[in-house]
Ligand binder design. Structure first.
Ligand SMILES: Nc1ncnc2c1ncn2[C@@H]1O[C@H](COP(=O)(O)OP(=O)(O)O)[C@@H](O)[C@H]1O
Ligand SMILES: Nc1ncnc2c1ncn2[C@H]1C[C@H](O)[C@@H](COP(=O)(O)O)O1
Length: 229
């Protein structure tokens, strides 16, 4: 069954999946893209030349890693644009600056000069009218304990060796960040409300929600356009 057509999801839509490390973004990206017949855009983890070094020494490598992620995400953005949409993206570019760079700067593991250089590059590249924002950001949220047990279960050594306080701080920062995020429409999904790994019907329920949400935001946009004419 073509769920994209059934729920009237535009074939050029761009959906981005956001949420803290281990919450289930990659799993959701794959499941949604399969169900909708969309392409995927994943972040590079296994082939990332800085990630292990970064976890071993935040101070030394945080700037390098941010620049690497920014370049990779920008290339992915270009690819999405060239295909004309129809993508599910694993993690939004907004989290790089709003969560990671900010957190390392505020913890003192990214120097003020590096942070300034990074944010000015980010703003010049991303926060411009020329950068297409996603149609929808799907924010995955869950309890800290559930998320930490997913990080442990997945078993990336550098994440397992990272002190639990790091994940705790990130979890808290994500809550504040999403409550103030307004670059594009947001659909929040609690990880206890679905189980895409074990229940076949789960993904259709999520697509139904996405459809209602997209069409509702379309209506709001049209109404705002009429009022501002
Ligand atoms: N719905 C789910 N139920 C149970 N476990 C899940 C679910 N989604 C993801 N996981 C597991 O949680 C871990 C982290 O998921 P992943 O998709 O890699 O997270 P992220 O991309 O957000 O870091 C993986 O071991 C994955 O199999
Ligand atoms: N911008 C980033 N800065 C630091 N670390 C980052 C950034 N983006 C992703 N990461 C890390 C976090 C995880 O260890 C891996 C992959 O993230 P995941 O949420 O599991 O997809 O990269």
């Amino acid at each position: 069954m073509d769920l994209r057509k059934k729920y009237n999801i535009p074939s050029d839509a761009v959906l981005t999946i956001a949420g803290t490390v281990g919450v289930g973004k990659s799993t959701m990206t794959t499941a949604l893209a399969n169900a909708l017949g969309f392409r995927t855009s994943f972040e590079k983890v296994d082939t990332n030349p800085y990630l292990d070094k970064f976890y071993a020494d935040f101070e030394r490598w945080s700037f390098h890693l941010q620049i690497y992620f920014l370049a990779e995400r920008f290339k992915e953005q270009k690819k999405i644009f060239e295909y004309g949409g129809g993508f599910v993206q694993d993690r939004s570019i907004y989290e790089d600056t709003g969560i990671f760079a900010k957190m390392h700067h505020e913890k003192g593991t990214m120097s003020p000069v590096d942070y300034e250089t990074y944010t000015s590059l980010f703003d010049a590249m991303v926060m411009t009218p020329y950068f297409p924002h996603p149609d929808l950001l799907i924010y995955l949220e869950g309890s800290f304990d559930d998320i930490v047990s997913r990080i442990q279960k997945r078993g990336r050594p550098m994440e397992q060796q990272t002190p639990i306080d790091y994940w705790k701080e990130m979890h808290e920062r994500y809550e504040n960040w999403i409550n103030n995020f307004n670059a594009c429409p947001v659909l929040r999904l609690n990880i206890n409300e679905y189980d895409i790994l074990n229940e076949d019907h789960s993904i259709e329920l999520i697509i139904e929600k996405i459809s209602r949400f997209l069409h509702h935001s379309e209506k709001l946009k049209r109404r705002t356009a009429i009022y501002t004419k």
